[in-house]
Write a protein that binds this ligand. Structure first.
Ligand code: NZQ
Ligand code: ZN
Length: 389
């Protein structure tokens, strides 16, 4: 096990009715805030009314900025920075999914910085300060409600880049599984895929002696898989959503990667895909991850065999061969994505083969990616090609 330093300070307020208390939680930090949200799902569901009523009751004034789109854009972030500066706002409440929360985090970074906020995403500048951010999460998926990262897209350059700093971990996040009842089934599946991917990025590590986090990853994966099938049958199954929402948070609050070497190549490969094709992140991951697994599993066949056994119940002894068992685990993963109606090949989402070099160049523009197996430009091209077959 590697040395580690774990600090995940986000207060998680979980369960039915918790959104009604949001004003009181915000008031501890600020009396004037930016309320940031997306394309209108919170108005349709009635959540907007509940949040604004609670803020008003607590005496919190708010400016609003809506219009965050999936794969959130830096243009809206710049607008948010301007509003906060003009109105003297120092706290942002994001109500929505990963895109809204990431947009809020980026605004939080941009306000106290003299240059352009995009500098933090290209690596031109290192964040030193940020406004405080909190979230009311409406879709379990990205894990941004307690993660240290924000992922933002620049339409002009077709780049989708992340910035990681503990400064932007939300101070609190409200998670009510009832919010998930209004999720369209495809969004539920994208979210499920993303959270499994966050665990894969941590689980597939060559660091030995990580028994506890191996087990935590495997338990979280099994919980997500079991309950995904339940919510797709009945999207008002509170208990199943509660398991998924909790697991999605744990998948990306950092704990499951402690003592391990995290990989993150598949996320970089997916981000280039959603930068060029503007697809949902979870949709892209269902295509990229099986291809990545097929390309890299020989690095550590025993771990892939353990994954097949402990997550999918494949018996190494029955197969009498570790490699066969490892391959079976990859096949079961792909079958699972298919069973929740996700595409698993690039052709299914009309990605053009001639765009592979462009995407692979974006992925490796800052050098090779990944740690389980380091991937250069040619390796990434090979993975995109595998994702076609
Ligand atoms: O905009 P609205 O109208 O709210 O609709 C959203 C959006 O269209 C809708 N939605 C959300 N909650 C809903 C709902 N519809 C009905 N009922 C509800 N309760 O769902 C759509 C997708 O929302 P989005 O926020 O884009 O989804 P998600 O949470 O999957 O976020 C994806 C973004 O997060 C980034 C991804 O790259 C992508 O840009 N990620 C962020 C990470 C982080 N900050 O730590 C890590 C992840 O790996 C990921 O890269
Ligand atoms: Zn992700």
């Amino acid at each position: 096990m590697n040395n580690f330093d774990f600090h995940s300070p986000t207060r998680i307020i979980f369960g039915r009715g918790t959104q009604k208390e949001v004003g009181g939680y915000v008031k501890k930090y600020a009396s004037k805030i930016l309320l940031h949200y997306g394309g209108g799902s919170i108005k349709k569901s009635g959540l907007y009314e509940e949040i604004t009523a609670s803020l008003k009751a607590a005496g919190v004034d708010f400016e609003e900025l809506d219009g965050v789109v999936p794969n959130p854009r830096v243009g809206l972030v710049r607008e948010g920075v301007k509003i906060c500066r003009e109105k003297g706002i120092e706290f942002i409440l994001a109500v929505g999914g990963g895109s809204v929360i990431d947009s809020a985090k980026a605004i939080a970074l941009g306000v106290p910085y003299e240059g352009d906020v995009w500098d933090f995403f290209t690596g031109k500048a290192k964040p030193l300060r940020a406004l405080r951010v909190a979230a009311v999460l409406t879709i379990p998926a990205a894990g941004s409600e307690s993660s240290l990262s924000a992922v933002i897209s620049d339409e002009e350059t077709q780049m989708k880049l992340g910035c990681k700093t503990n400064l932007i971990r939300p101070v609190f996040s409200i998670l009510n599984p009832e919010f998930c009842f209004t999720l369209p089934p495809e969004q539920a599946s994208y979210g499920v895929c993303d959270m499994t991917a966050h665990i894969f990025e941590r689980y597939f590590s060559n660091v030995p002696n990580t028994e506890l986090t191996d087990g935590l990853c495997e338990a979280a994966l099994k919980t997500i898989i079991n309950n995904a099938l339940k919510v797709l049958k009945n999207n008002r199954d509170y208990n199943a959503w509660a398991e998924i929402m909790f697991a999605g948070n744990l998948a990306h609050n950092g704990l499951l990667g402690m003592g391990r070497q995290e990989d993150w190549a598949s996320h970089a490969i997916e981000h280039a895909l959603s930068a060029v094709y503007d697809i949902a992140h979870g949709q892209g991951l269902a295509i990229v991850f099986p291809a990545w697994m097929k390309y890299v599993y020989k690095q550590n066949i025993p771990l892939f065999a353990q994954f097949a056994a402990n997550v999918w119940g494949e018996k190494e002894n029955d197969l009498n061969d570790k490699e066969l068992c490892a391959l079976k685990g990859i096949e079961r993963t792909e079958e699972f994505f298919k069973s929740i109606n996700l595409p698993t090949r690039l052709g299914q989402i009309n990605v053009k083969k001639e765009d592979i070099p462009l995407m692979a160049k974006k992925v490796t523009s800052f050098g090779p990616v990944g740690f389980f197996k380091k991937l250069d430009y040619d390796n990434v091209v090979a993975i995109y090609n595998l994702a076609y077959q």
